[in-house]
Design a protein around this ligand. Structure first.
Ligand SMILES: [Ca+2]
Ligand SMILES: [Ca+2]
Ligand SMILES: [Ca+2]
Ligand SMILES: [Ca+2]
Length: 322
């Protein structure tokens, strides 16, 4: 009995010591450049049993899909999935499940794709990083490719497109492995210098309801957060930086009018962060062997954003929002 009491006391003291260690935050690498506010940071997870909401788009799982995005590519007011298949090339899916090809170049590969209106003509363009060419975009109106950056080595692992400065025109956000995080608005400007630890995923969405798109970034060694570009303030939404977040996307998953963040955590699974109540909701628990790309958009035209994800050894799937 004495031994049991001693053991309980030991466990109590052990937890008192260890819990504060886990809640510690290492944010020094970003503090030099911008103000960080941890108000959005949350560790409360809600797990939902929603596996039945996943549908198969394509079972092609052998070669892999490193980049996926969503946009209205054929001007019919319906969202299409844009995907790069390692063994096929870049194309998009129509509502009757046809896959018109946008680019044949499947070697040496594409690592990041985003969709947005880059030239301001109201048509959706496709921004792509080709390993042997650089970063450029395809105009929806004339099928021409325009290069925005020549630097094709050592690579651009993440891009996004969004209006982050409220001028009704969309900017390009990209992370260059040997340079850092930047924004392209007729010319390049740096957003963040920290290129040594790396950025694996970028998305854009309005997370604070000011009608201005915010920049969502996962920094290795810091965690997942977002930047209000107009005020230059960073907000963290998850501290988990050890295992990594290879893919993020943003959209309104629960249809409440507020953009949310979808992310795949290597050691946790796939979930979304409700920007309104600051809660993480898991939508896929099985976190091995991994998810390499995520996109968000209303692909079944029911008015609610869905999640598109490529699962290694499963294929390209989509999650129908409840
Ligand atoms: Ca803009
Ligand atoms: Ca905003
Ligand atoms: Ca929402
Ligand atoms: Ca939908």
């Amino acid at each position: 009995m004495k031994f049991l009491k001693a053991l309980l006391l030991f466990l109590f003291i052990f937890f008192l010591i260890t819990i504060p260690v886990y809640s510690g935050t290492s944010i020094t690498s970003l503090q030099a450049k911008s103000t960080i506010q941890d108000t959005y940071y949350s560790k409360s997870f809600v797990i939902m049993s929603t596996y039945d909401r996943w549908n198969v788009i394509h079972k092609n799982w052998e070669a892999g899909v490193p980049a996926v995005s969503v946009g209205d590519l054929n001007n019919n007011w319906q969202q299409n999935i844009v995907a790069y298949y390692n063994n096929w090339g870049l194309g998009y899916r129509t509502s009757n499940n046809q896959w018109p090809k946008l680019h044949n170049a499947y070697s040496p590969g594409v690592t990041s794709v985003a969709v947005g209106d880059i030239n301001g003509d109201s048509d959706q363009d496709v921004l792509v990083y080709f390993n042997n060419w650089g970063l450029g975009w395809r105009s929806a109106t004339n099928d021409q490719w325009t290069k925005v950056h020549d630097n094709y080595l050592p690579g651009v692992p993440a891009v996004s497109v969004g209006d982050v400065n409220s001028d009704w025109k969309e900017e390009i956000i990209a992370y260059f492995n040997n340079w850092g995080l930047g924004i392209y608005d007729e010319k390049w400007a740096k957003i963040h210098d920290d290129w040594k630890q790396g950025v694996t995923s970028i998305a854009t969405g309005d997370l604070n309801d000011d009608w201005n798109q915010d920049i969502i970034v996962y920094f290795n060694g810091w965690g997942l957060g977002w930047l209000d570009y107009k005020t230059n303030k960073w907000y963290k939404i998850h501290n988990n930086w050890e295992a990594g977040v290879p893919a993020v996307a943003s959209g309104d998953i629960n249809g409440d009018g507020h953009d949310d963040v979808v992310a795949y955590f290597v050691d946790w699974g796939l979930g979304w962060w409700n920007s309104y109540n600051n809660k993480w909701i898991k939508v896929y628990n099985n976190w091995t062997p991994g998810v390499s790309s995520i996109a968000v958009g209303d692909i079944d035209s029911d008015g609610k954003d869905d999640i598109i994800a490529y699962f290694v050894h499963k294929g390209l799937l989509w999650y129908k929002s409840p």
